[in-house]
Design a protein around this ligand. Structure first.
Ligand code: UDP
Ligand code: MG
Length: 325
């Protein structure tokens, strides 16, 4: 394939002047490497001037395309929207806050041209993140990798997907998509490049603790039913425990003595209560997942797309004007 088209897909949520910084920096890198490219910027319902900046840039440069979602659907949905919109021979998914070093893109493209279908950027360090952040993502990635056999240790969302891999990914209908997981699950020939995560340029992380917890639960429940099996295992463990305790209690009773009353009862109630509720919670998470999938709502809604050149008059207005005459 000579001169392939590279689509750069980036989700944007309240990045403000970060949009211009991002486009300038990426254009510099891509043009410097002589890569033919397009940008697909997905505005995930920003409440600041991100969209007008995107629209402005796409009027100036036909290689920049903007998609505006009707509200904040979350990063995963924004990524999906971008992937569906991209037309390139390969797509590069990258954060718009410049935490993913754009300088790695030419190396990723080379790996792809050398035959890899999916090129992942893996972290060498995590300078831009706090200790708590680092610890929690490490714990989550380890747990995820252990339970699902999809390796997420040191993984990022910064990836290049060749067209066949992208088409495979787009065939996954699930609502609660988890890009990092699904893009590993599909398989395909893979390669990695190492990157250093930079500090965020401008603004703070868009994630709230709640948002991150949701992402973690979504990621887990959409990939594995291991937590459900854990509940079963805990149940089996309790059965063994009750057998021992039951026999012991009866034997004691028969031999005239009995166990110290209230303390045992209170402890047993607390422990069983906790486990029953946790078990119900786990089942509930899966039920919620099924409920969400069954409703089959669209995963995101597009409000408008930016067009190159001066804004065109929507066709339906023209038709209405004709009808009035
Ligand atoms: N983002 C988004 N929608 C959201 C939250 C974030 O599109 O609801 C985008 C954001 O603009 C950025 C990327 O996702 O390009 C990563 O967000 P952030 O830097 O806040 O996350 P972190 O780097 O802390 O994981
Ligand atoms: Mg970031």
């Amino acid at each position: 394939m000579n001169d392939p088209l590279i689509s750069v897909v980036a989700p944007i949520y309240n990045e403000g002047d970060g949009v211009d910084r991002f486009l300038d920096r990426l254009t510099e890198v891509l043009a410097g490497a002589g890569l033919r490219h397009e940008f697909v910027l997905v505005d995930d319902g920003s409440t600041d001037d991100s969209w007008s900046r995107i629209a402005h840039r796409s009027h100036l440069d036909p290689r920049v395309r903007g998609v505006r979602l009707s509200r904040n659907f979350g990063k995963e949905a924004a990524l999906l929207a971008g992937l569906e919109e991209a037309v390139g021979d390969a797509v590069v998914v990258i954060d718009s806050d410049l935490q993913h070093p754009p300088g790695a893109i030419p190396a990723m493209v080379r790996r792809w041209q050398a035959g890899a279908h999916v090129v992942e950027a893996v972290k060498r360090n995590r300078t831009g993140q706090s200790f708590g952040n680092r610890l929690s993502s490490k714990v989550f990635n380890k747990a995820f990798t252990g339970m699902t056999k999809v390796d997420l240790v040191d993984a990022t969302d910064f990836r290049l997907l060749g067209r066949p891999a992208l088409e495979a990914l787009r065939r996954m209908p699930e609502h609660s998509s988890f890009f990092r997981g699904t893009s590993s699950w599909i398989g395909f020939t893979r390669a990695t490049v190492e990157i250093d995560i930079d500090r965020r340029e401008g603004g703070a992380s868009r994630w709230t603790l709640r948002g991150l917890c949701r992402l973690a639960v979504n990621g887990l429940t959409s990939f594995t039913s291991a937590p459900l099996h854990l509940v079963t295992m805990a149940g089996v463990g309790f059965a063994a425990f009750s057998l021992v305790l039951g026999v012991q209690t009866v034997v004691r009773w028969l031999s005239g003595g009995s166990v110290a009353g209230f303390t045992t009862v209170i402890l047993l109630l607390l422990v069983t209560g906790t486990f029953v509720l946790l078990g119900l919670g786990v089942i509930g998470e899966y039920l919620a997942r099924i409920h969400e999938e069954v409703r089959g709502r669209p995963r995101y809604l597009v409000q408008e797309r930016s067009a190159a050149g001066p804004p065109a008059v929507p066709e339906q207005w023209v038709a209405e004007q004709h009808a009035e005459r």
